[in-house]
Design a protein around this ligand. Structure first.
Ligand code: SF4
Ligand code: SF4
Length: 147
């Protein structure tokens, strides 16, 4: 059975994905490709596509509820790493439930995790696009924009 996030993607098409601007500044160790972000408030940037009425992150490669992957998964903002999938770690996740319901998907239950193998090597417990996790290799990213 696949990890439920790989057939979902709802949270990447429901919330505004904002974070401190330094996460998109390579000079400060930021990993998020700046060209995929835009300014929000004074100290924040936001993933393009998520600061609008019907959010959808520009980095999302998905058919919601069918297949989903983050095309910048190893480089994604910290806020994306912080949202757990419901019941993956023994508790429900209000953000996960809310996003799934908004896209017409049932909230996950503990039964959805039966037969799911533990993530192989990720730093946050989610499967990623790293081949070592059995996922897909992300596409090559364009070179970073000079500051
Ligand atoms: S965290 Fe929840 S809403 Fe987000 S992709 Fe995973 S299952 Fe879907
Ligand atoms: S950066 Fe990736 S994980 Fe974060 S909202 Fe966009 S597609 Fe989803």
């Amino acid at each position: 059975m696949q990890h439920p996030c790989l057939t979902c993607g709802a949270c990447c098409a429901h919330f505004r994905i904002s974070f401190h601007w330094s996460e998109a500044d390579p000079a400060l160790g930021g990993t998020v490709p700046p060209e995929l972000t835009e300014p929000l408030r004074r100290h924040e940037r936001v993933m393009q596509g998520t600061s609008q009425e019907s959010p959808r992150c520009v980095a999302l490669d998905a058919e919601i509820g069918v297949r989903s992957r983050c095309s910048i998964h190893p480089l994604r903002p910290s806020v994306c790493r912080a949202v757990p999938a419901s019941w993956e770690f023994g508790a429900s996740s209000p953000q996960c439930d809310k996003a799934r319901v908004a896209h017409g998907l049932a909230p996950l239950t503990p039964a959805d995790w039966h037969g799911i193998e533990a993530p192989a090597n990720d730093d946050d417990g989610h499967p990623d696009d790293n081949p070592n996790d059995g996922g897909h290799t992300p596409p090559a990213l364009p070179p970073p924009i000079a500051a």
